[in-house]
Structure formats: structure tokens, C-alpha cells
Design a protein around this ligand. Structure first.
Ligand code: SAH
Length: 475
């Protein structure tokens, strides 16, 4: 399997810096199913081509390192020895890309950081690509991304033209794109065209897809086909992925790293649901007059960056049970690079919402944005006690999905939730009942509303409640 990547950006040898692979050397990398080699057939000032060659060991494919085999031609005995895997591009080439060009895929470059964010002239060639759906499908998936696509069907046997074409195409893409975008397109779309994933699709494949598809998949006209095929036609996973894409659509907000600066102060009505939800929460906090706020279950810190950007919030605390989430949040906030005055306003704490935590007492406001649905229902009373009974902030802003709206999400099967980790999703009546009960039993008043375009039948996609603590009688 071979893929080449050519640029005519000057000096073209900068490609070596972007890929972090020296043009003068051949480098080899061990893969679960073979070996990948990177080398440069040409490298001068005008033109530089990097080649990725993947040698597959068909026997190792069968073993699969404890991964379950999906039903592919290889899964019958002889098929393990006689198959086209060693020669045709497929998901193996895609995983080799991810492993060998990891930092380039993320758009990072130590030596050429500016160039990594710039669109440069690129040509990609995959001489033998297995393509279910033919050359026409290759055009449909790559062309909307800014590529000029040449896909030539390869005849089954040149000596016998009457046999017709094989399932393979010779693919050439040309365009002016960011290298990272180009690599992410290939990472997702090569296996999509092949349509025979070689390993069992795990739930974290949804996250991988959304990460690699950031900024281009949500609005792609073939997003549904791409998502289904990428997730190997597992309907539950594809449904969840499509629902999450629908939340991102109509916005160019990259989901993994949405910085507040790039958002206009007054959100246009076409902003994604994620942005509108964040704006609604911020508006509720501003209305409450809070200056010291908690973001409970802060996750990767999407709200924290917005809170820190607003000086009225003099103290911002993000908590999460997951240390991984907190690491991500610290990275997104660029904590290590913030000036001391800014950094002193932010604290990240590992804390479980199902236990009373004295460190969370005495704040003006707390946010539970898209968090309650991640708890098993029997654990909810513990959260209620820890937040409303013990921490007792003046204001609590809660958001959660409106399950009634799910019927409006393309591809999300009946009875499916929007995220694999959701333990439940409430109807409007269920949410209202929960809010009312919590408010009454802990001495708060509540208002309930929706975020996102309201559907006359099923309401808004997101539900929001603002609970305000009543004046406490002192003895
Ligand atoms: N509020 C963020 C993240 C929502 S995802 C946002 O809207 O973007 C839900 C988050 O809740 C996850 O980061 C998860 O780790 C966290 N979480 C789940 N159960 C928790 C618990 N018991 N205590 C604290 N955090 C929890």
C-alpha cells in the first residue's frame, strides 16, 4: 500500500519539518499488522514528495492482538492468506498515517508552527485504493473539501478489457489546504471508501471520528454516509455520532479547541447548539450578578475559557471527577502560559459530585452544564445533597438534553441517547419535575427554559434551569 504526498510550496523541503521525518532518511515504524516506511522519492526546493509505504503481514492481520475480527473476506481460513490487504489502501493505511504523522495530523509543528496552520499546495496520490462505490464516490467525498479529484478505475486485467473494471481506483487529489486538514481527510475517508474495516469498531471510534472530522465533517454533504461507513455500519454508534455532528452544524467552531476570542460577542442565530448553550449559561450567570463561580463537571473546559475571558468573574473553579478531563481543560486554558494575574483566578479541582466537598462551599454560583445525565439515576440524590444541600451556591444553572427533541436528529435511532455515556435523557416534564422537587426541598426558586431553535412539537434541543437560593432566615 502506497500513498505519496507532494508539495510545491517553497522551500518544498519544509514538508520534512511538517511531517517530522527527515527527507534524507528512510524510517520504519512497527504497526500492529505490519511495517510502515517513510521515504522521499524527491526532495528539493521546488518540489518535495513524501511516500508512506505500508507492508502488511497477512498472518498478523488474522491474530488481531485480541481485537475481534469483523466479518471481512479474511475471516474465513483461506482468506487469511489470500486477500488484497497487503496491496490495497484501506484502514491499515489510515492507522499508519495516524501513527507515523501524529503531530502533523494535529496541526502541530515545533520547527514550522506557522506553516502548519497555512494552506499550501498539495497533491496526494494513492495508486491503488479499494473503493466501494467507484470513482464517482471518491469525487463525492473529497471534492466538497476543496480537492480536485482524479479517480481512474483500474481495469481487472489489462489483457482482457472486456472483463471490466476492478474495485480499485487510482486516486490523485490536488488542492491548496492545510497539511493537517489533508491528513485528517485521508485518515477518515480512506477507510470510508474501502468500507471494510479490519477491526471491531469500539465506542471510542465515535470520538476519534469527531476529532478527525473537526471543522469539516459536520457540514459535509455526505456526512451521513461517511459516518455510517466509518463506524462500520454500527447503527447505534453512527446515530450517536450524527447527533453530535448535528449539534455542531451551521458553525465553523472546531469542537476540540473553541477559543472564546474567535466568537463574536453577540452570537448570530446560526451558531452551533454548543455555542448557544454556553452563551445561555453565561447570560444566566451574568444576570445573577455572580463573581465567584463553580463549573461542576467542567469536562474539557469549554465554559471555563469563556468564564476566564470575562473579568466580572473574579474566581473560577472547574471541577471534574476525571483527571483526564482536567488535564485537557488545563491545556485548553493554556494555564502554564497565562499571566499570573489571570491564572490566579482559575482553579481546577478533582472532585466527585456525589460527595460533599467543603472546598466548594461559599460560592455565588455553580454550573452543571450537560452533567446530570452522566450520573446513574440512583446517584442523583447524592449530587443533589452535595450541590444544593452542602455547597449551597446562590445560583445554580443546570442544562441537560431534551429527549423529546431526539426525533429531529437524523440517524439517531428511536430510544437512543445523544452520547454513549448518557445514563438517561429527560423529557421536558421529567426535567421540570426534578427541578421543582430539588428547588422545594433545598430552598431555591427556579425558572426553566430551552436553548436552541424551538420546535413547536418537541421543544428545544437543550433544557436549562436557573435555581436561585431563597433568603435564608437567620436564627
Ligand atoms: N460541562 C462540560 C462537560 C460535560 S460532559 C461541558 O458541557 O462541556 C460531563 C462531565 O461530567 C464529564 O467531564 C464527566 O467526567 C463529568 N462527571 C461525570 N460524573 C461525574 C461525577 N460524579 N462527579 C464529577 N464529574 C462528573
Amino acid at each position: 500500500m502506497l500513498l505519496t504526498l507532494t508539495t510545491t510550496h517553497r522551500p518544498a523541503t519544509d514538508l520534512g519539518h511538517l511531517l517530522v521525518k527527515h527527507p534524507d532518511r528512510v524510517q520504519s515504524f512497527d504497526l500492529p499488522a505490519g511495517t510502515a516506511h517513510v521515504f522521499y522519492p524527491e526532495a528539493d526546493e521546488q518540489r518535495c514528495t513524501a511516500a508512506l509505504l505500508v507492508e502488511v503481514d497477512p498472518l498478523r492481520l488474522g491474530g488481531g492482538r485480541g481485537r475481534k475480527q469483523a466479518t471481512t473476506p479474511e475471516s474465513f481460513t483461506l482468506g487469511q492468506y489470500v486477500n488484497d490487504r497487503p496491496y490495497a489502501a484501506s484502514s491499515l493505511l489510515s492507522s499508519a498515517l495516524a501513527k507515523v504523522f501524529r503531530s502533523a495530523l494535529r496541526g502541530e509543528s515545533r520547527d514550522r508552527p506557522e506553516l502548519a496552520t497555512a494552506a499550501i499546495p498539495l497533491a496526494v496520490r494513492v495508486p491503488v485504493l479499494r473503493c466501494r462505490g467507484g470513482a464517482e464516490l471518491a469525487v463525492r467525498v473529497f471534492a466538497p473539501l476543496g480537492w480536485t479529484v482524479a479517480a481512474t478505475p483500474i481495469p481487472l486485467d489489462e489483457a482482457y478489457p472486456e472483463w471490466g473494471d476492478s474495485r480499485y481506483v487510482d486516486l490523485t487529489l490536488t488542492g491548496t489546504l492545510r497539511l493537517a486538514d489533508a491528513l485528517n481527510h485521508l485518515y477518515v475517508l480512506l477507510p470510508v471508501l474501502d468500507d471494510a474495516k479490519h477491526y471491531w469498531v469500539a465506542p471510542d471510534e465515535v470520538d476519534k471520528l469527531l476529532r478527525a472530522g473537526a471543522g469539516w465533517l459536520a457540514d459535509h454533504p455526505e456526512r451521513s454516509l461517511i459516518t455510517r461507513r466509518y463506524l462500520a455500519h454500527r447503527r447505534a454508534l453512527a446515530g450517536a455520532a450524527l447527533a453530535r455532528l448535528a449539534e455542531l452544524r451551521l458553525s465553523d467552531e472546531p469542537p476540540a479547541d473553541d477559543s472564546v476570542e474567535s466568537e463574536p460577542a453577540t452570537e448570530a442565530p446560526r451558531a452551533s447548539l454548543a455555542v448557544r448553550r454556553r452563551e445561555a449559561v453565561l447570560a444566566a450567570l451574568r444576570d445573577s450578578g455572580a463573581s465567584r463561580v463553580l463549573d461542576l463537571g467542567c469536562g474539557g473546559g469549554a465554559l471555563l475559557t469563556a468564564l476566564v475571558a470575562d473579568r466580572r468573574f473574579t474566581e473560577v473553579v472547574g471541577t471534574d471527577v476525571s483527571s483526564q478531563a482536567l488535564t485537557l481543560a488545563a491545556r485548553r486554558l493554556r494555564l502554564d502560559r497565562l499571566p499570573e494575574r489571570q491564572r490566579d483566578r482559575i482553579t481546577l479541582r478533582q472532585s466527585a459530585l456525589t460527595y460533599r466537598d467543603d472546598r466548594l462551599r461559599g460560592y455565588d454560583a455553580a454550573v452543571l452544564m450537560e452533567v446530570v445525565e452522566h450520573l446513574d439515576p440512583p446517584r442523583l440524590p447524592a449530587l443533589e445533597d452535595a450541590v444544593f444541600g452542602h455547597a449551597r451556591p446562590g445560583t445554580v444553572v443546570v442544562t441537560t438534553p431534551n429527549v423529546e427533541y431526539n426525533v429531529r436528529y437524523e440517524g439517531l435511532g428511536a430510544g437512543r441517547f445523544r452520547h454513549a455515556d448518557h445514563r438517561f435523557e429527560w423529557t421536558r416534564a421529567e426535567f421540570a419535575a426534578w427541578v421543582e422537587r430539588v428547588a422545594t426541598s433545598h430552598g431555591y426558586t427556579a425558572t426553566i427554559g430551552g436553548v436552541g431553535d424551538e420546535d413547536p412539537e418537541v421543544g428545544s434541543p437543550t433544557q436549562i434551569a436557573v435555581l436561585s437560593r431563597k433568603e435564608e432566615m437567620s436564627a
